[in-house]
Each structure stands twice: as C-alpha cells, then as structure tokens.
Write a protein that binds this ligand. Structure first.
Ligand SMILES: Nc1ncnc2c1ncn2[C@@H]1O[C@H](COP(=O)(O)OP(=O)(O)OP(=O)(O)O)[C@@H](O)[C@H]1O
Ligand SMILES: [Mg+2]
Length: 412
C-alpha cells in the first residue's frame, strides 16, 4: 500500500524537533518518529554558528530516524527570526474565455508576486486572502465563475536569502534535502487555531525561547504575520542578571517558581537559590522573581500590541489571542496578556495526537506538529513562491500526488 510520509524539522532557539508522520485518512497524521535535541548555534530563530546548528539538527534527525526505523530524505523546515517580513499585494489578470479556471487563479497569484523584491530576499509564502471578480470582492474560490477581470489579494512573506540558505545548508549537510520552508506561526496555527476563530478573526502568538511569532487570521485566511526577536530566553537572562545567577540556574528557577503577576504572590513566599559568589543558599522572595518576570512579559505583549495596531486589524479580532509556545507555560501569563492586549486570551497546545506523542502535548511543540499539518493544508490554501511548483487547487483528490512530489518517499 502506498504511504504518504511527511517530515518536519522545527529548528527552534531552545530545541530542534524532527517529526516523522504518516498521513492516515484526510486529516489524520500518525506520528511515527520523534527526535528532540537541545539546539546549539541558534539565536533568536537564526543560525549564528553553522557547525553547532548542523550538529544539533543531525542528532535530532538521527533520533527521529531511529525511533521510526525510516530514513529521512526530505523535510519541511520551520522558519522564524526578525529577518522575516511580510507585505500585502494585489494581482490582476484579464480572463479571455469569460469563465475563470485554475490557470487564471495561478496567473493572478503570479501577478501578485510581481512586486519589487530585493535580490537578497527570498519569497517564502504567497497566500491568497480573497479574490475580486469584476469588482465584486469577498470571493473565496472563483473557479467556474463568469468574469472578465480577476484580482487576488495576496499576503507575501519574504526572508533574508542568506539566512534561508544557511538553514538549507545546515539541513543538507546532514544528507536531508530541505523541501520547503514554513513560517513558524503558520505552522503553529494549523494545530492551535479553531475553524471558528480563524473565520471570526484571531491572532496566534507562539512565544518560544528566542522569538515571538504572530499571525493574524481574518475571514479564514492569513492577513498579517510578524516575528519579533524576543522570547523566554530574555526572561531567563533578566532573572540571571537581577538575581546574579548562572543562566542554567535562572532557567530552573523560572520554571520552578516563576509567575507573571507580582501582586498575586504573597509577601511570605520564598525560595532558596545559590547565587554567584556565595557558598550557601540564599532565601529570595518569590515576589522579587515575579517582579522581574512581569516587567519583561509586559514588554513582550506591549510589542505585540504595537504590532497588532501597526497591522491595522486591531478592531477585527473578536476571537482574541491563541497563545502557545514554551513560554506560554509560565503561570499567570494568560491574564497578564489579556489585560495588556484588551483581548480574550486562550492557551493552546497540540491536541488529538496519534502515535508516538508522549512528549508532544506541550505548547512548545505546536510549531513542530504544525509543520506536518501544514503540509496537508498547503494543498488547499497556499501557493508556494515563484519559481517553485504551484500547489494544486483541485481539492483533496490529488493531495497525495502533490505530497509525493514534494517529499521524496522515505525508504524503510
Ligand atoms: N514552565 C515554564 N515556565 C516558563 N517558561 C517555560 C516553561 N517551560 C518552558 N519555558 C520556556 O519556553 C522557552 C522554550 O520554548 P519553545 O520550545 O517553544 O522555544 P523554541 O521553539 O525552541 O524557540 P523559538 O521558537 O523561539 O526559536 C524557553 O525560554 C523556556 O524557558
Ligand atoms: Mg518555536
């Protein structure tokens, strides 16, 4: 029996996570292989030491291969970092035959890509946000409609070509070819965002170690994306500086005693810690720790709020924020985010997982699991960038062929 296998490598600032999945039925993915490895040589979502990063990636891939007994040849790669930027554009084409077909839709999307992109940037995604036929807007799928002029509203995501090349090289140096790159928040959204939220208007926020990844969904499509170069590592570093602790100790303290709202911590709560230059453990008020954390978390969400306002969609998010990523595990973060943003905030993690999934139920793995789900969704709603193959809009009947083309089959 023919099997569709997909592989995703989430190259994060804290960990590299390789997942091997088998597509079962139309929307189910069974996780067959998992390889989680602490990441080295990656800061704020970008590679700063190619050798170290390649090693972490190699180890993660090797673990995944061992756990499923398959050899990985091609994978989807997650992408983040402040080098990523996005722009909305419009493509217009004339319809010769009077009836719009798939080819016309692709021509319109190609036309939308005809904006000036500097040679040092690479187009990662071109996402359709809606079509306009003869001036009538709000059309989701124009195929089969009559019209003479087809316009598409597109959201285009670009990244620094050199950074993408470094990622590609680090994966290919270990013998795996990089299938396509997926922006972190788009992958996360595939597992945390509900259909209702996506249609009503919501923002996905994945706070990891080095980046905060945002994606705004309205009317079912992506309208805005952004990657901010701040995350949980900044909280840890603030704690290390504030309490004069080694980074590893600060990280441990953050996870054990951290809280995002200072005023909710009693004055009688203390914890023990051994700081630099002292032989014995000192008692520190937990409130002081919460104070340090609150200041940084507040700053992160103020940046997020600024970004939402800058997008111009701040009044269009009734479903609020879906918060995920490792840092969303910080107790108290949800109410603090809600207060700063003035939006309802929901915590989310990958759910309904099947297979080898014991470790994957944490919000830290939303992007990792999302990468696999993205491969399925891509066939329905996204068109890869110029120069690569178009995803067919023909529906589910040919997803298998499409995936088979995109990810070379894995040999047992
Ligand atoms: N219980 C916890 N409380 C607070 N922070 C936590 C907790 N558990 C994990 N974190 C933080 O989550 C962060 C890691 O999250 P995640 O695994 O999503 O990051 P990543 O994907 O490797 O990085 P990025 O996506 O930013 O490149 C770290 O900063 C870690 O300290
Ligand atoms: Mg991440």
């Amino acid at each position: 029996m023919e099997e569709a296998i997909i592989v995703g490598i989430d190259i994060g600032t804290t960990k590299v996570c390789t997942l091997v999945g088998r597509i079962e039925g139309e929307h189910g993915i069974r996780i067959l292989g998992v390889g989680i490895e602490p990441s080295k040589g990656i800061k704020k979502g970008t590679i700063v030491d190619l050798g170290a990063a390649s090693q972490s990636i190699a180890r993660s891939i090797e673990k995944a291969q061992r756990s499923c007994g398959l050899e990985i040849s091609t994978a989807q790669i997650s992408l983040a970092g402040s080098h990523v930027s996005s722009v909305n554009s419009r493509g217009v084409v004339a319809i010769a035959g009077g009836i719009i077909d798939e080819h016309d839709m692709h021509r319109a999307l190609e036309a939308a890509q005809a904006v000036n992109i500097p040679h040092n940037r690479e187009i990662i995604h071109v996402i359709q946000r809606g079509f306009i036929v003869d001036g009538q807007d709000g059309i989701r799928s124009p195929i089969g409609m009559h019209g003479y002029r087809l316009e598409v509203e597109a959201h285009m995501i670009t990244a620094a070509a050199a950074t993408v090349e470094n990622l590609r090289q680090s994966v290919e140096s270990v013998g795996v070819s990089a299938g396509s790159f997926v922006l972190n928040p788009l992958a996360s959204a595939e597992v945390v965002l509900s259909e209702t939220e996506r249609n009503m208007g919501a923002i996905v926020c994945d706070i990891g170690g080095g980046t905060t990844d945002l994606a705004i969904y309205i009317d079912g499509d992506v309208w805005h994306t952004m990657v901010l170069a701040v995350g949980g590592d900044h909280i840890t570093s603030d704690i290390a500086h504030g309490l004069r602790l080694p980074i590893e100790e600060a990280e441990k303290i953050k996870k054990q005693h951290g809280y995002a709202i200072k005023d909710e911590i009693g004055e009688d709560e203390f914890f023990n810690v051994r700081s630099f230059g002292s032989d014995s453990a000192a008692q520190i008020p937990r409130r002081d720790l919460a104070h340090i954390i609150e200041a940084r978390v507040e700053e992160i969400f103020e940046l997020v709020l600024q970004e939402i306002k800058r997008s111009g969609y701040d009044g269009l998010l009734p479903a609020g924020m879906i918060l995920t990523g490792g840092t969303s595990l910080l107790p108290g973060i949800r109410p603090l985010a809600s207060r700063i943003l003035g939006l309802p905030v929901r915590l989310a993690r990958p759910e309904h997982l099947v297979g080898l999934v014991d470790q994957l139920h944490s919000p830290a793995y939303s992007t990792s699991v999302g990468l696999l789900h993205f491969a399925l969704a891509m066939n329905e709603s996204l068109v890869p960038a110029r120069g690569t193959r178009f995803a067919s809009k023909g529906g589910s009947s040919n997803w298998r062929t499409f995936l088979a083309e995109l990810f070379r089959k894995i040999m047992p």
